[in-house]
Design a protein around this ligand. Sequence first.
Ligand code: CO
Length: 212
Amino acid sequence: MSFDLDAWLASAPPSPPIVQAGAGVLRRGALEVGHHLLGTPALARLVEIMVEAMRAAPGVGLAAPQIGVPFRVFVAEDDAPRMAQQSAEARALRQRVSLPLTVVVNPRVVPTTGDEATFYEGCLSVRGYGALVPRAAAVAVTGVDIHGSPVGFEVRGWPARIMQHEMDHLNGTLYVDRMIARSLAGEQELPRLAALPVAEVLGELVSQRGHA
Ligand code: CO
């Protein structure tokens, strides 16, 4: 399997739509970015398009398959305007700290702790929903940048969640594969549920069993 990035760039619209769940490209594992692409204008342009798509959405992360490109590349960024959507208390609970623009090619994401955190999470490719997803509380990320220089860092809290979510995309996994299924919520319910302590959500949605 291979993918012609130059041909894709030549035919893609300037702002490609974000692929939605059900598309095969989100379910197949993505391809390693070959050495011949590192440092090329084509790879730089792909990342530029991804960053624009993430900011326009707006989202805090985007993997290449989400714009239809089956390569192992993700971008992530979280800043004050995006974080302002959440109360200071909710941010503190999630350890949601700002994350400067991060681009990783051929990434590896490895938990650095056995501790987990469970919070509501959504995905630009599963529009309109969110669910509780347990994730490792801290991870180490390695890979290369678009020029092939090594990248390596450790993050915890919300940035660690973002890294795990984007890494999953490159392996054909969506958060719905990892969610606590009964916590699934539509966008009308999400702000209310996301503001509740997780134990309360579990009590309201997960521990309930129907009487029907
Ligand atoms: Co996603």
